[in-house]
Design a binder for this molecule. Structure first.
Ligand code: PLP
Length: 365
C-alpha cells in the first residue's frame, strides 16, 4: 500500500452534509455569510487571538497583509520556506533580503538580522518552520528598535501556543494556511491574525476588491474571500482538531523513539514553552555518518511506495523565476539543511505499523 507524505483530515460525510444543509435554504454561497462568520468566531476563540479575518488561502493573507501595511522597500525573510512567503514579498514589488536560519530549528537566525537592516528595510517576515516557532521575543525587540513591522508566516503553526499565548498573537500580523495538506484545513483557506483593528478594516477591504461601500472603491484590492463551503468544512474540522493533533503526537513520538538515537540522523528539537501541533516530521541526514544521502533515502522510500518530501528544497532564493538574482551563499545554513532534509509521512491516521515500516526501511539502508 502506498503512503503519501500527508493525507487531508476530513469530518464524517454526514457531519459535513448536515453543516451545509443551511446553505441550500439560504442560497448564500460566499461573501462573508453565516458559515464564514461562525468559523471566524470559532477560530478567534480556539487560536486565542484578538482579531482574525478569513481568506481564500494562506498565500493571499500574506500578500494582502503586506499591501495593507503599505510596505515599501526591503523585507528581511528566509529562503527556507514554501514559495508563498517570498512570492508574497516580490508580488508586492518589495525586495526580499534573505537572512540565514538556525541549524537546529530552521527558523530565522536572529543574530544575523541586524546586519541586514538598511534605511530601506520596512519589515521582517519570519517563518515558523515545521511548527518550530521563531524567537518571537528577540524579533520584536529588533523590530521595535528599528521601527519595523513583523509579519509572521504561521502557515505551519495552527493552534500552537508559546508560553500559553496563541502563536497568532505575535508580531503585527500572523498568517495561517488552511490548505488541504495542513494540520487544520478548510479545503483551501487561510487567516490573518492581527493587533490593529484599523489594519483589519484595510485588509478586509483588500480581500474584496478594495470596495469601501456600494459606490466607493478606494483601493486596488484582490478577491480573496473564503466561500461558505470552505468555511463549513472548517467548522466541522475544528470540532475534531484536538483529537487530530493528539493522533499526530502519537505518530511523532513513535518516529522519535525509532529514529531519535541514530548516528547521522538529526531530528528537530522539542522546543521549550511550546504547545506543538506536530505538523511535520523533518529528518536531516548527514551522509558521512549515516552512510546514505537524503536523496538515496528518498529514492529507497519511493521504491517502497512511500512518499517523503524534500521540503524545503530548493531554497526560494534559488528559484528559476529569480534568474540568479540572489546568492545562495548568503544563506549557507539554509543551503546545507535544504540539501539534507526530508519530511517523513505524517498525518493523524497514519498507523504506527506504517511508521515502523518507514523507519525499518530507513534504518536498513
Ligand atoms: C502552505 C504554506 C503557505 C501558503 O498557504 P496556502 O494556503 O497554500 O496559500 C505559506 N507558507 C508556508 C510556509 C506554507 O507551508
Amino acid at each position: 500500500m502506498s503512503i503519501l507524505v500527508t493525507r487531508s483530515s476530513m469530518p464524517d460525510f454526514d457531519e459535513y452534509i448536515e453543516e451545509i444543509k443551511e446553505i441550500w435554504d439560504s442560497h448564500w454561497l460566499t461573501n462573508m455569510g453565516p458559515k464564514h462568520k461562525k468559523l471566524q468566531a470559532d477560530l478567534k476563540e480556539y487560536l486565542g487571538v484578538e482579531n482574525i479575518d478569513l481568506f481564500v488561502n494562506g498565500h493571499m493573507s500574506l500578500e494582502l497583509s503586506l499591501q495593507a501595511l503599505k510596505m515599501q522597500g526591503e523585507v528581511i525573510t528566509t529562503p527556507f520556506t514554501f514559495a508563498s512567503t517570498t512570492h508574497a514579498i516580490v508580488r508586492n514589488r518589495l525586495e526580499p533580503v534573505f537572512c540565514d536560519i538556525n541549524p537546529d530549528d530552521y527558523t530565522i537566525d536572529v543574530s544575523k538580522i541586524e546586519s541586514l537592516i538598511t534605511d530601506r528595510t520596512c519589515a521582517i517576515m519570519p517563518v515558523h518552520v515545521y511548527g518550530n516557532i521563531c524567537n518571537v521575543e528577540e524579533i520584536q525587540r529588533i523590530a521595535d528598535k528599528y521601527g519595523l513591522k513583523v509579519i509572521y508566516d504561521a502557515a505551519h503553526t495552527f493552534g500552537e501556543k508559546y508560553k500559553g499565548k496563541g502563536i497568532g498573537t505575535f508580531g503585527d500580523v500572523s498568517c495561517f494556511s488552511f490548505h488541504a495538506t495542513k494540520v487544520f484545513n478548510t479545503i483551501e483557506g487561510g487567516a490573518a491574525c492581527f493587533k490593529n483593528p484599523e489594519f483589519g478594516l484595510e485588509l478586509y477591504r483588500l480581500k474584496n476588491f478594495g470596495i469601501r461601500g456600494p459606490e466607493v472603491v478606494d483601493a486596488v484590492g484582490a478577491n480573496a474571500k473564503m466561500n461558505e463551503f470552505s468555511a463549513a468544512m472548517g467548522i466541522c474540522n475544528l470540532r475534531h482538531i484536538d483529537e487530530e493533533i493528539a493522533k499526530r503526537k502519537k505518530v511523532v513520538e513513535r518516529y522519535r523513539e525509532r529514529l531519535g538515537n541514530v548516528n547521522g540522523i538529526k531530528l528537530s528539537p522539542i522546543q521549550e514553552n511550546v504547545q506543538s501541533n506536530y505538523a511535520y516530521f523533518p529528518v536531516v541526514f548527514d551522509e558521512n555518518v549515516f552512510g546514505a544521502t537524503r536523496n538515496e533515502v528518498c529514492d529507497r522510500l519511493a521504491e517502497n511506495d512511500i512518499n517523503a518530501r524534500k521540503y524545503f528544497y530548493p531554497l526560494t532564493n534559488m528559484f528559476d523565476c529569480f534568474n540568479g538574482k540572489y546568492n545562495v551563499d548568503d544563506t549557507p545554513v539554509a543551503l546545507h539543511i535544504s540539501q539534507r532534509v526530508l519530511t517523513l509521512p505524517l498525518y493523524a491516521d497514519l498507523s504506527l505499523e506504517d511508521v515502523d515500516r518507514i523507519c525499518d526501511i530507513i534504518l536498513n539502508i
